[in-house]
Design a protein around this ligand. Structure first.
Ligand code: SAM
Length: 321
């Protein structure tokens, strides 16, 4: 099976690491080393040393596919710029964590979304962030991936704000978190170079093993989402995301779990409303689908991705008061 989108359609993205740098400083460093900021709308025929600012994710710089930005010292040595796909940045951008919140990143390794949450908080709140910092508890059950995440968080200067734990999320809970980001293992069918097709109705033989795997993944994802929504007494915001293009891992998980947790006060809320591509209407209703976010790797110059956000007011509190 071949993915039906092309590598050259996907741009390279670098987000500013606000723990140690700023947008101005990164841009000035890039310009001094021969990069040029492009302001015009037309992006075709971009030179490899050009970049522009993304208009959805703040502090995100966009480079053409053939750019050598990943080798730049801002990325490799100074760690002022972190390579992270645009769609993966949607979670922290849309989560909009209030000051003082503790957020559990339930499937955190290698730590991209945990670090982006903190970086985004510093960008958004400036000096106030340090008075009422957002804290992240970054969990991953896989030993090796956990070790990599722990090292990366340290190397990028996030130790003061992110606590790491090598535990199974399904066997763990806490009463003092206000938010959870849940980005569980998935088919990765939205990523380049994965052996998934975008149409499960074609190529039936191969499809059978894909369908079985999809079923297992989907059951696991529902279990994880149920745990996030049911077993954290003071949690009032949960995002669920995957880098899958299949509704079995996206809208169907959201739909089924939402029905199973009725009575706990959770509802879907509009996530990143400025992004135009929304969830699918089957099986969600029109309003619910319009609240969810999707990206299409064929059209959006980013990996295929899905995010839904649940909120409840039942236990909402402002811990700064
Ligand atoms: N959120 C990460 C990021 O943006 O860098 C990527 C997470 S990756 C898609 C899924 C992760 O979930 C894997 O590292 C896997 O080890 C972890 N995982 C799977 N099941 C888990 C569980 N029951 N408890 C904790 N972590 C789990």
């Amino acid at each position: 099976a071949q993915p039906c989108w092309q590598a050259e359609n996907i741009y390279v993205y670098g987000r500013v690491n606000y723990v140690s740098s700023s947008l101005e400083s990164v841009i000035s460093n890039l310009e001094q080393s021969g990069y040029r900021r492009k302001r015009a709308k037309r992006k075709r025929g971009m030179g490899s040393n050009e970049f522009w600012l993304d208009c959805v994710v703040s502090g995100l710089l966009v480079f053409p596919r053939h750019s050598k930005i990943a080798q730049h010292s801002l990325v490799r040595h100074q760690r002022a710029l972190v390579i992270q796909d645009k769609s993966s940045c949607f979670v922290a951008q849309g989560f909009d964590a209030p000051l003082g919140w503790t957020i559990v990143d339930a499937c955190a390794a290698p730590g991209n979304k945990s670090m982006h949450l903190i970086s985004r908080g510093i960008e958004q709140y400036g000096e106030s962030f340090y008075q009422h910092p957002i804290r992240v508890i970054a969990i991953d059950r896989d030993k090796e991936r956990f070790a990599l995440m722990h090292r990366t968080i340290h190397e990028h200067g996030y130790d003061a704000f992110i606590e790491t734990r090598n535990v199974d999320f399904l066997k763990w809970s806490c009463d003092d978190c206000q938010g959870i980001i849940l980005d569980p293992s998935c088919s990765g069918s939205g990523l380049l170079n994965r052996n998934w097709t975008d149409d499960l109705e074609e190529n039936l033989q191969e499809k059978e093993s894909q369908r079985t795997r999809l079923k297992h993944l989907s059951n696991f994802q529902k279990k994880m989402l149920r745990h996030a929504l049911c077993d954290f007494a003071n949690c009032c915001r949960v995002t669920y995301s995957t880098c899958s293009i299949y509704k079995e891992e996206n809208e169907m998980v959201v739909y089924e779990v939402l029905n199973q947790v009725q009575g706990l006060g959770w509802k879907l809320v509009d996530f990143l409303p400025q992004w135009p591509r929304r969830g699918w209407k089957d099986p969600l209703d029109s309003e619910q689908a319009a609240f969810c976010v999707r990206t299409d790797p064929k059209l959006d110059h980013t990996n295929g991705f899905f995010v839904a956000c649940f909120e409840r007011t039942l236990h909402e509190r402002n811990i700064r008061q």
